[in-house]
Design a protein. Structure first.
Length: 333
């Protein structure tokens, strides 16, 4: 019987569809499923907190993809599976920075049966990349036996969410993981500058090593756009198409997405809110399938509706339109 340490080591050495990884993949998929109940508990609390603060706020949750787990293990060899705090993750998007902190405060109420382990405030202290958001890591028990699971909550404003999803889409356009510090200097600089403009609009700290006034930032952005056509390359992603099944989109609470960046297509398999076990069973089957491993990124996401899914994860649909609209208003073309 594998230990969690052994499973993580094997997963970092082999592709998930290779025979040598089969036992480790099954172990990790079973272990990951144990996060479902604590994730749902935190998600319900997050959903309530968001609606109390911002009736237009949106929420979603997901279990981390095997490929993403594998990538993180390879990037952080000393971390190990047991130390990973975002296997189960929730996301909330609200209208203002004040509402971000208000939601966070509600999640930490004294009678909540969860423990706040860590806070990462990337609003007060933006990453060099320009990433801004508030992350809370909770310890939540999946059952009454004293065991716990770590669940990460990300709370963002709509501007911060627009920036973050645009970066993820830029990774499709450039094939570089910009969030992890990869990519060319001009792409990284472009997004750091955009983040600082958004920070100025929200009266929050700007990204280190960027100008502190709006007109200087816009001047540099225009120069970057003129030389490298970054917005043009992002605009090409609008050509993505999605194909939805026959189920009623508004009643589907869970969704398996199949994303093919080369063909610029995404397909969605919806499930009802009470059908999570079937969705997860299908999900792990697709993850293990070599044909899907080569052709698609497969992800299982839970959201209140298909509309919320599109809003919370526009990167899965290559929906760059909101980001392009904002940059046009700024005059960066």
């Amino acid at each position: 019987m594998l230990t969690i340490k052994q499973a993580g080591k094997t997963l970092s050495q082999y592709e998930i569809y290779e025979p040598q990884a089969a036992e480790a993949v099954s172990f990790v998929q079973d272990w990951r499923k144990e996060f479902k109940q604590p994730l749902n508990t935190v998600y319900v609390a997050l959903r309530k907190a968001v609606l109390d603060v911002d009736i237009l706020g949106e929420t979603a949750s997901r279990l981390k993809r095997l490929k993403s787990i594998q990538y993180k293990l390879n990037k952080n060899p000393d971390m190990g599976l047991s130390r990973m705090h975002d296997i189960g993750g929730c996301r909330a998007v609200v209208g203002s920075v004040e509402q971000v902190y208000e939601v966070a405060k509600k999640l930490q109420r004294k009678n909540a049966k969860r423990e706040l382990l860590k806070t990462y405030d990337y609003i007060e202290n933006p990453k060099d990349s320009g990433y801004r958001s508030l992350h809370l890591v909770f310890s939540q028990s999946p059952r009454g036996d004293g065991s716990t699971r770590k669940i990460e909550v990300q709370i963002r404003t709509r501007l911060q969410h627009t920036w973050a999803t645009a970066v993820e889409l830029a990774e499709i356009a450039t094939t570089h993981k910009l969030k992890s510090g990869e990519g060319t200097a001009e792409w990284k600089r472009f997004f750091a500058l955009i983040s600082s403009i958004f920070a100025l609009q929200e009266t929050e700290p700007i990204v280190p090593e960027t100008p502190g006034v709006k007109h200087k930032i816009i001047k540099e952005l225009k120069e970057l756009e003129h030389q490298h056509k970054i917005l043009y390359q992002l605009g090409v992603l609008l050509e993505f198409n999605d194909f939805i099944g026959e189920l009623n989109k508004e009643k589907s609470g869970h969704h398996i997405l199949f994303i093919n960046t080369q063909l610029r297509k995404v397909a969605v398999m919806p499930y009802s809110k009470n059908d999570y076990d079937k969705a997860y069973k299908d999900y792990i089957r697709f993850e293990k399938n070599e044909n899907f491993a080569y052709a698609y990124n497969v992800v299982l996401v839970s959201a209140e509706s298909y509309r919320s899914l599109r809003s919370m994860y526009p990167n899965y649909f290559a929906d760059i339109s909101m980001f392009l609209d904002v940059t046009r208003l700024l005059g960066i073309e």
